[in-house]
Design a binder for this molecule. Structure first.
Ligand SMILES: [Zn+2]
Length: 184
């Protein structure tokens, strides 16, 4: 892949081919669409969250892939019939149904937002994957005491089912709080 930046015409053409109207240049909406196009076109340090296939009783669940700083593809979680295990599959699906894809530039601010908005078992699972596979520390804020802790050291607490086979947690605890919890 080359390092050339997309032209304005590329961006308009891509979005128009997906039935999206492109707002005037230099508006916030325009900037969003430009960014999304760039993330698709040449992803770098981008966590790709997308709708994978579902299990019985669920229509879909989020799957994850990661393009590292060199643009190399890593499959994190690909489940069900829409899961993409290869870069080719992912790029094709992303191009076909961009609205099912939420690329996230992996920086501190976006990871903070992700923690607040997404299911705890995804937050924990991703933090552990990034530490083990990429040596990247994604810190997690302890639900109990608020300590910002390396994500790989966190524990999920109060697990509960969420309809399908998936399990999620009410709380994400730092090692100290997890230990106190065990003492009760
Ligand atoms: Zn804690």
């Amino acid at each position: 892949m080359t390092g050339t930046l997309p032209t304005v015409a590329d961006v308009i053409q891509w979005w128009t081919s997906h039935g999206q109207e492109v707002p005037p240049e230099n508006t916030p909406e325009w900037a969003d669409m430009m960014l999304t196009f760039q993330q698709w076109h040449q992803p770098r340090n981008v966590l790709v969250q997308y709708k994978g296939g579902g299990y019985d009783g669920c229509f879909w669940e989020y799957n994850y892939a990661y393009f590292d700083a060199d643009g190399e593809f890593h499959c994190i979680a690909a489940t069900g019939y829409k899961g993409c295990e290869t870069e080719e599959d992912l790029k094709e699906a992303w191009d076909k149904r961009p609205k099912d894809f939420s690329p996230i530039d992996l920086n501190e601010e976006n990871w903070q937002t992700f923690q607040v908005e997404e299911a705890t078992h995804h937050v924990l699972g991703l933090a552990k994957w990034f530490w083990q596979e990429q040596s990247i520390d994604l810190p997690i804020t302890c639900t109990e005491c608020g300590a910002v802790t390396p994500g790989a050291k966190m524990f999920g607490d109060n697990p509960h089912g969420c309809g399908g086979v998936a399990m999620t947690f009410n709380d994400l605890l730092c090692p100290n709080c997890a230990e106190n919890e065990d003492d009760d």
